[in-house]
Design a protein around this ligand. Structure first.
Ligand code: ADP
Length: 474
């Protein structure tokens, strides 16, 4: 650079020198001709030529260092500008030029370049912060999102999609290699080819989960697919449909019976008193059943409601067991079944006594209904230790045990579902509605506890539930 500038400046000087010599020569030749000094011209010419040569050489000797000094100064400044431009090109937007003193063109250019770099830096920082905001927003979404190029290569995907895929989905990889779900791939392909929004549904992406897919074309030519997990919505929908079907079915049976007997009584011109009494008895039984059904439904709706509130207070586990036995003792009178305590600690549990009454009531009633043949029902409680030392006890485990026919293992998982009954006819006959254990489960869970059953066919059934101890619950 320095050499180039130097050569140019020197060339300029030499050009000026030659021009100066030619002008001098012309001036002198005119002067000589005008003054008629032709006799001395022969002597004067070499003298003048030498003078011109010397003055030229002196000028050249002066010009060389001046040109070199000017060239070094300019090229050093230009070198700094080139180095600055290289750093900017490499993405280092923090690079700045030291603006030289003086007001020449190069210092004006240096100031302008510094301002440009500053603006670029600000713009890039803003773009980067927006990109990070967008990435954080996409990662915090509940939906899985993936963007693909027109060729079907992944451009980016959010954390939810990576979770679903169970692996990191690298940008630039074909979507078909990352996610092998035919429904999703078909939606994305259709959005890419037809440039229109396409929807679908898939249940094969993750076992047990259902996703709604929405794929839309992007203005850049690619497409964006959003996967919304609708498993819970679909389960709730199914549960609602099942509930309506079950309730209708449960109500239809007693209603049909009532209608049939009432019609017979109405159509019979002179029914005899005995038959009328018998029919009315059946009608009453069915009406009672319907009443019980609606009461159970209301109780279930209340405990399942998000507004369900417990009036909790600290109660001794031993007092809960004793109260349960005392208040339900009336049920077992005349049944030949003994309702006994299996012992309980004095530990305090934080409970709603009315709700607990319902829990014990449902469990003891069931033990009496289905385990009568065992002749004995045991109600008890014990401390459940979370660690080794007794002072680390975290909860109290209550149990209601009968010695009846028990429950086969196939039903143990489903027994707490509403409407689930092992033997529908038998349950109905004994006044069961299939909601008792569902209510128990909800109440126990609302207390922060857990409920389960242990049973084997022919060896009775033991229903257990835990309740957090007072200080743990508080
Ligand atoms: P139900 O109103 O029919 O009694 P529950 O929800 O209380 O409804 O019980 C569901 C089913 O669980 C019952 O229909 C019965 O088949 C079974 N079950 C409950 N408790 C016992 C028990 N102690 N022994 C045997 N089977 C039981």
């Amino acid at each position: 650079m320095t050499r180039k500038v130097f050569t140019k400046l020197l060339g300029l000087f030499i050009l000026l020198l030659v021009f100066h010599t030619v002008v001098m020569e012309l001036v002198f030749s005119r002067l000589v001709t005008a003054n008629k000094l032709s006799h001395a011209a022969g002597d004067l010419w070499p003298l003048l030529g030498r003078e011109a040569l010397w003055s030229g050489l002196v000028a050249l000797a002066l010009a060389i260092p001046i040109a070199a000094w000017a060239a070094i100064g300019i090229s050093a400044r230009l070198d700094r500008v080139v180095a600055f431009a290289r750093r900017i090109a490499q993405g280092d937007l923090s690079a700045r030029l030291t603006v030289s003193a003086g007001q020449d063109e190069i210092s004006t250019m240096e100031t302008a370049l510094n301002q440009t770099a500053e603006r670029l830096g600000e713009s890039f920082a803003e773009i980067e912060s927006r990109r990070q905001e967008l990435a954080a927003m996409l990662d915090s979404m509940q939906e899985a999102v993936v963007a693909v190029t027109a060729e079907g290569l992944v451009r980016w995907s959010n954390a939810v999609l990576q979770n679903i895929a169970g692996t990191e989905i690298r940008a630039g990889r074909p979507l078909v290699h990352a996610l092998r779900d035919p429904e999703l791939l078909a939606c994305v392909r259709a959005a890419l080819d037809e440039r229109a929004v396409r929807s679908g549904r898939t249940s094969s992406l993750t076992p047990g989960r259902v996703y709604e897919i929405n794929a839309a074309p992007l203005p850049s030519g690619g497409a964006l697919a959003v996967l919304h997990d609708v498993t819970r919505i679909e389960a709730a929908e199914k549960s609602r449909r099942d509930f309506i079907a079950n309730v209708s079915h449960e109500l239809r049976t007693p209603l049909t019976s009532i209608q049939g007997y009432v019609e017979t009584l109405v159509e019979e011109p002179r029914p005899n008193a005995e038959t009328t009494l018998e029919f009315l008895g059946i009608i009453l039984k069915n009406a009672t059943r319907m009443n019980r059904l609606t009461e159970d439904l209301l109780a279930l709706a209340s405990v399942e409601s998000p507004d369900y509130k417990l009036a909790r207070q600290p109660v001794r586990a031993s007092a809960l067991v004793r109260d349960a036995i005392d208040s339900l003792g009336g049920l077992v009178v005349d049944s030949g079944v003994k309702l006994e305590s299996a012992g309980a600690p004095d530990a305090l549990v934080l409970v709603d006594p009315d709700a607990m009454n319902q829990v014990f009531g449902n469990l003891i009633e069931n033990a009496l209904k289905y385990g009568k043949t065992g002749k004995r029902i045991l109600v008890g409680a014990r401390l459940v230790e979370s660690g080794v030392a007794p002072e680390t006890a975290a909860a109290v485990e209550f149990s209601v045990r009968d010695f009846g026919p028990g429950i086969s293992s196939a039903h143990l998982d489903r027994i707490f579902e509403r409407f689930y009954r092992i033997d529908k006819a038998r349950s109905r006959e004994s006044g069961g509605t299939g909601r008792g254990l569902a209510i128990v489960k909800h109440i126990v869970q609302a207390h922060g506890g857990r409920v389960w059953v242990e049973s084997e066919l022919g060896h009775g059934a033991a229903f257990h539930f835990t309740l957090p101890m007072a200080q743990t619950a508080q």
